[in-house]
Design a protein. Structure first.
Length: 335
């Protein structure tokens, strides 16, 4: 691209107009328009006298602030200097076409981005990160891996990996059900070696019923043979008593559960390697309940199935009389 000046850049021009006095040769300072004559290179100045361009040998321009004519001007002669200079365009990124910053940048105010920003390196935020209400954080393959509601509730689309704790896998809500199944072959896998089932606010439809469970395998088979062994320690305010059997068709988890509106039971069951096929399946449990006395009872124990080593795919809960009128059953994988 053509340019004016000593290096590739953009040229500018400044004009200075003077009205001569009789015999005046030296022109400097403020002109007719109150502009002060200045120039940086005598090779880039044109001098006109009454509109006629003078050759460089007709004047001297060496100081940067003064032009001296070789021959004095006549009164009221128009003497004009056109000074050319250069400037370099700042190292900028085009607003219309965009571009790349190859070094650090600093923003003193708010940085607004309407598109999708891409960071190839790590991003450090000393003041924290604020996500818009109902916004998401994710990856290219899973854009909404973590969603944050306007109230601050965080929801993960996939179970978090690497940290300890419980990972919620299933929630079953009972509503006048004769049985409630928790788990499946797709939930009891080698992903977790330990699982927990939390029973919350389980309420029977019939007073005095026992609460029980069985194991399921093969997708539809519930083992009802007399192959369950269990031991349960029931603790009341007056003492404790041991319940149990080595040949039962059902695991008796609690007894004489009250069905009044304000009565319920809660339990936690811990399963070890339910998807394994080498060892018999063993479970320990603990819980609290209201019984008919009315007393508060604590039941702690273990149970297992003596006949099979195959993987189990669920635990089936029920009352020995009536239905499970209400209650929440949550299955967790233990990291």
């Amino acid at each position: 691209m053509p340019y004016i000046g000593t290096s590739p850049s953009n040229g500018v021009r400044q004009t200075y107009d003077y009205t001569a006095t009789a015999g005046q040769t030296s022109f400097s300072g403020s002109d007719n328009n109150s502009q002060t004559l200045t120039y940086t290179d005598s090779a880039y100045i044109d001098v006109y006298q009454n509109g006629i361009l003078l050759v460089p040998s007709d004047y001297t321009a060496t100081t940067g602030t003064t032009v001296v004519l070789d021959t004095g001007a006549t009164v009221n002669d128009s003497v004009q200097m056109v000074v050319y200079d250069v400037f370099s365009v700042a190292d900028t990124v085009s607003k219309a076409d965009g571009g790349t910053f190859e070094s650090n940048i600093s923003v003193g105010g708010t940085l607004g981005v309407t598109g999708v920003p891409t960071f190839t390196g790590r991003s450090i935020h000393s003041g924290g990160i604020t996500i818009a209400n109902d916004g998401q954080i994710g990856s290219v393959g899973d854009a909404d891996a973590m969603a944050i509601s306007s109230t601050g509730v965080v929801t993960f689309s996939q179970p978090p990996v690497g940290a300890g704790g419980l990972v919620l896998l299933q929630t079953v809500t009972a509503s006048s059900d004769s049985t409630v199944d928790v788990g499946s072959s797709s939930l009891f896998t080698s992903t977790y070696k330990v699982y927990q089932i939390h029973l919350i606010n389980v309420h029977p439809s019939t007073n005095g019923a026992h609460f029980a469970c069985r194991m399921g395998t093969g997708g539809s088979i519930i083992d009802t043979s007399q192959s369950y062994e269990y031991t349960r320690d029931q603790v009341l305010h007056g003492g404790n008593s041991i319940r149990g059997s080595a040949t039962s068709s059902v695991v008796d988890l609690a007894e004489s559960i009250g069905a009044e509106d304000n009565e319920c039971m809660h339990q936690v069951h811990t399963l070890y390697d339910p998807a394994g096929t080498t060892f018999r399946k063993q479970v320990n449990f603990y819980g609290v309940s209201n019984d008919l006395t009315p007393n508060f009872a604590m039941n702690n124990g273990i149970y297992a199935n003596e006949t099979f080593n195959t993987a189990i795919d669920r635990i089936q809960f029920s009352f020995t009389a009536g239905t499970i009128q209400s209650g929440t059953f949550k299955l967790y994988g233990v990291k």
